[in-house]
Design a protein around this ligand. Structure first.
Ligand SMILES: *[C@@H]1O[C@H](CO)[C@@H](O)[C@H](O)[C@H]1NC(C)=O
Ligand SMILES: *[C@@H]1O[C@H](CO)[C@@H](O)[C@H](O)[C@H]1NC(C)=O
Ligand SMILES: *[C@@H]1O[C@H](CO)[C@@H](O)[C@H](O)[C@H]1NC(C)=O
Ligand SMILES: *[C@@H]1O[C@H](CO)[C@@H](O)[C@H](O)[C@H]1NC(C)=O
Ligand SMILES: *[C@@H]1O[C@H](CO)[C@@H](O)[C@H](O)[C@H]1NC(C)=O
Ligand SMILES: *[C@@H]1O[C@H](CO)[C@@H](O)[C@H](O)[C@H]1NC(C)=O
Ligand SMILES: *[C@@H]1O[C@H](CO)[C@@H](O)[C@H](O)[C@H]1NC(C)=O
Ligand SMILES: *[C@@H]1O[C@H](CO)[C@@H](O)[C@H](O)[C@H]1NC(C)=O
Ligand SMILES: *[C@@H]1O[C@H](CO)[C@@H](O)[C@H](O)[C@H]1NC(C)=O
Ligand SMILES: *[C@@H]1O[C@H](CO)[C@@H](O)[C@H](O)[C@H]1NC(C)=O
Ligand SMILES: *[C@@H]1O[C@H](CO)[C@@H](O)[C@H](O)[C@H]1NC(C)=O
Ligand SMILES: *[C@@H]1O[C@H](CO)[C@@H](O)[C@H](O)[C@H]1NC(C)=O
Length: 450
């Protein structure tokens, strides 16, 4: 049984609020062989959606149906293909049968239980979708294609079996959904190239496979009230200059980082990550927020990052199609340092900032925020700016070297040194107000000009 332990009341006995997901009904152990299939991505990439998409039932008209059961066990075949408009409610869709090409299956929605194709529309309400052997539960493709999914139970085993997947500029509005996937590369809510737009609310997601995130952002992700765990993936994967907004979400991530955000080709700039009234917990030693080969603006508002010690990593690195390690230059000749601009408001954060090989982290604390931690290099040069407003505080846990250090409290009285020093670059553009002086900090340390 998998439960999310949300709230622990420590009044004598330990109690917790638990949330169930579809794996409590269909045990992943029954589908272990399916979940062990490793997708082979070493096949030629197909650049346009192959046609036709084979499906057991094709709706090219306008249809409204309820209380139906649709299924197929044929290989490389969807259960339902929508090329018109379909309203489907109180219905069950069961898909089994293998993909003959997992790249086509993942990227082009072949073998998906429900495939909403070019400029089509589907409204799915009170549906129960089960998929085995590798394909998405619900796939939507193309500009002007839209799927609405409300009150849905989505279960999948096998690889590339995403919950809801929007690609080719398609849009998905998802609410009151429970999703479980047991296979590899089977994220709960995914966008894909050139973009997918996903609006997710009031939902529960649980993935267990490597490369299976809660949100795979290629395009935009807007998530509100989502509770999720990705046992062997981050909460957010993001490739390139995409946007992910998490509001009132509570998630747990087990591999790479609470988020793992990178550019898989040349370094992109313009990515956005926003956490509002949200909490990300990471398992093991992975960082809260991991960035490689990208330039990104991050905002953390009234949110928590619960980690074993590292809040943010900015690395000269990226994530490969294996989705289970941080890759170096030998895998990707286009790598550049990460540049990460973080605004923290109304939050109390504990942990360190670590930058590698000329990467940069700008860390701004405002609106009654506090930070307990330090910044240091993981490898070679590392650059950090710290900005504090007068309502925010920094408690050092290690001596830290900075470029810009701005503080609305020019006497630096909101910094608790605990005996550690800050070494600041006296020539940095914004440090003129410090006058190149050494300044005593509360707790016995100093801000020392270098
Ligand atoms: C989608 O549109 C493209 C281009 O018009 C076409 O080749 C393809 O067959 C269409 N796919 C479906 C499933 O209708
Ligand atoms: C729409 O298409 C479906 C599937 O081919 C068919 O069963 C149904 O009768 C059609 N409905 C209309 C109104 O034509
Ligand atoms: C599907 O439902 C929507 C919203 O209720 C409605 O506007 C639309 O006409 C319905 N389409 C069909 C084919 O019944
Ligand atoms: C379906 O795919 C499986 C796994 O690749 C294969 O063993 C089986 O022969 C296929 N069935 C058909 C009818 O092609
Ligand atoms: C969905 O269907 C599966 C069987 O395919 C069943 O075990 C499960 O309980 C159903 N879920 C809901 C919410 O009815
Ligand atoms: C997606 O949108 C872009 C930009 O508008 C357009 O060039 C491209 O053809 C669209 N792709 C699809 C599959 O609709
Ligand atoms: C961070 O704060 C600065 C100063 O208030 C602002 O200019 C910038 O747009 C903010 N960035 C984000 C990502 O919120
Ligand atoms: C940083 O990137 C290097 C490759 O450039 C990699 O070996 C190392 O594991 C990464 N570490 C972290 C914490 O990202
Ligand atoms: C560090 O960056 C340089 C380029 O400036 C690159 O050649 C080297 O491979 C990188 N080393 C690591 C460990 O990332
Ligand atoms: C300090 O800042 C100046 C001006 O931007 C820069 O040229 C220099 O490299 C910085 N020093 C260090 C040690 O980073
Ligand atoms: C300091 O901040 C300013 C303004 O953002 C920037 O131009 C400069 O590169 C930063 N670093 C140094 C070392 O001056
Ligand atoms: C600041 O402190 C450092 C280290 O103790 C010392 O080398 C340096 O001369 C001092 N600078 C000033 C301006 O007092």
């Amino acid at each position: 049984m998998h439960f999310f332990h949300l709230i622990h009341f420590c009044a004598g006995a330990l109690a917790s609020v638990s949330i169930v997901d579809p794996s409590d009904v269909i045990s992943p152990s029954l589908w272990a062989a399916d979940n062990a299939i490793v997708p082979d991505y070493n096949v030629p990439f197909i650049s346009v959606q192959p046609s036709p998409i084979i499906a057991a039932y094709t709706f090219d008209n306008s249809t409204s149906l309820s209380h139906q059961v649709f299924s197929t066990a044929l290989n490389q075949t969807s259960v339902i293909l929508v090329t018109g408009e379909l309203n489907l409610s109180y219905s069950t869709i069961v898909k089994s049968g293998y993909a003959s090409n997992l790249l086509e299956s993942s990227f082009w929605g072949f073998n998906a239980a429900i495939n909403v194709a070019n400029a089509s529309k589907a409204q799915l309400d009170n549906i129960n979708v089960t998929v085995h052997n590798g394909a998405a539960n619900i796939y939507v493709y193309g500009t002007d294609s839209v799927v609405y999914v409300n009150n849905a139970w989505l279960y999948s085993s096998g690889p590339v079996s995403h919950g809801v997947y929007a690609s080719g500029n398609g849009t998905a509005y998802v609410s009151n959904v429970q999703h479980f996937s047991g296979g590899m590369r089977s994220s709960s809510f995914s966008g894909d190239s050139p973009a997918g737009y996903l609006y997710i609310s009031d939902s529960v997601a649980h993935t267990t496979g490597i490369g299976s995130a809660t949100f795979y952002a290629l395009g935009d992700i807007y998530a509100t009230n989502v509770v999720a765990i990705s046992e062997q993936g981050p909460t957010v994967f993001m490739d390139g200059a995409q946007k992910a907004y998490l509001t009132n979400c509570e998630t747990t991530a087990g591999l790479l980082g609470g988020v793992a955000i990178f550019s898989s080709q040349t370094r992109q700039s313009g990515a956005i990550l926003s956490l509002k009234n949200s909490k990300i917990t990471t398992l093991g030693s992975i960082p809260g927020l991991w960035f490689g080969n990208t330039i990104i603006d991050v905002s953390i508002d009234a949110s928590e990052l619960v980690t074993s010690g590292v809040l943010v990593v900015a690395n000269y690195s990226q994530i490969t199609q294996d989705f289970d390690y941080y890759a170096d230059y030998s895998q990707q000749p286009n790598l550049q340092p990460a540049e990460v601009y973080v605004n923290v408001t109304e939050s109390s954060l504990v942990g360190d900032l670590v930058a590698y090989n000329s990467s940069f982290i700008s860390w701004s604390l405002a609106s009654y925020s506090s930070w307990t931690g330090a910044a240091y290099s993981g490898f070679d040069e590392a650059y950090f700016d710290v900005h504090l407003d007068s309502s925010s505080t920094w408690t050092l846990t290690k001596s830290t070297t900075l470029q810009n250090l701005t503080d609305a409290d020019e006497t630096l009285s909101n910094i608790q040194s605990q005996g550690f020093n800050i070494y600041y670059n006296a020539s940095a553009l914004l440090n003129g107000y410090l006058g190149g002086k050494n300044i005593s900090l509360a707790g016995g340390g100093k801000a020392i000009a270098i």
